[in-house]
Design a binder for this molecule. Sequence first.
Ligand SMILES: [Zn+2]
Length: 401
Amino acid sequence: MNLLPRMLILALLPCTALAVTPLSKEDWLKTRAERSDFVETDSAVASFALLEQLAARSPDLRLQTFGLTPEGREMKWLLAATGADEAEPGTLDDTTRLLLIAGIHAGEIEGKDAGIMLLRDLTENEGFRWPYPGVSLAFVPMFNLDGHERRSPFNRINQNGPANMGWRGTAQRYNLNRDFLKADTPEMRALLGLWNQFEPHLVYDSHTTDGADYQYDLTWHLEQFDLLDAGLRTWQRGFFFDTVFPAVTRRDHLLTSYPEPIDHSDLRKGVSYFVSTAKYSTGYAAARNRPVLLIETHMLKDYRTRVRATRDLLDESLKALQRDGLPLRDAVAAADRRAASLAGQDVVLLTRSNGKSENLTFKDSPIRPGKASSRVRPMPNMIRTHPRHSICRSSSIRNLR
Ligand SMILES: [Zn+2]
């Protein structure tokens, strides 16, 4: 399908295309999620049209194409940076660069709505100027674009909205969050091209959980073991644990690390920490010496809650990067220098548990397979975690076989 004519029609006739009643001037920059009381989300054409409207108002926002999907849709990303309209290669060198990937699983689309709303609010409050001169943001609102347009209320049957959610796989039935290392898909090759062009210091990958019931509205995963450079692990501990997560918690959110239950029918048996492989965004970014935050909002919370949690996390992250971006850039440069001198040294290839565990306070609700309710139980449970992973260096890998 040719995207351009549809976008032109949309630009000329927004009221008929987006809603039954004409949009007021104030509503013009609002997402369908906001206008539908967070029951629905915009189509890809409408989302790109909204970003185009925003970019037309601001010299610091620039919507660009970075690839073509198997079904012929233009993949777009938005650059938010001071002077983005005239940015050339190298002009972002003195900024801290954040890559935000939303909709890699298209039915998990909070990142798109949260990103659009936050960019609109941040720039609108400053006369449509980008308020963070030390930070550049590359925003991919719908990475799995063909999947985003395969919309249905039944694509993620237990998820609490939006009503018109996208599909997990691509048009070729690939799961993009298993394709980072192989890059079999045209979508991934396009993203890695953008990655190499933008050269992010930090990567966010926005998702919704696939199951389990608990009280947290947002869970996260960071690579906390030797897959990620030690200097970057030190930076991310300070940035997330001391700054961003407490700030988001103060905005009435409940956060914890992404739980991977040892027994999916009994959360009391504990949750495991894990180390990602490079087919995932998390493992791939770490292998390239970039910290990555996996965002997993809770599928049983309503869409408004999940979008707000993602939006507030992004908001606090940008503020913190404006203040504390320089140490990240230094840590990334140091990690790259260390990686360049790895030849002849042992490197981590496999990980295994070291048998240790620790207590974790986890505010769960009973797991009820097949039930889509989210009953909140105020009493926290103490559970034991799965043993932490230890590392195994290449010299001892033979011993594992
Ligand atoms: Zn996902």
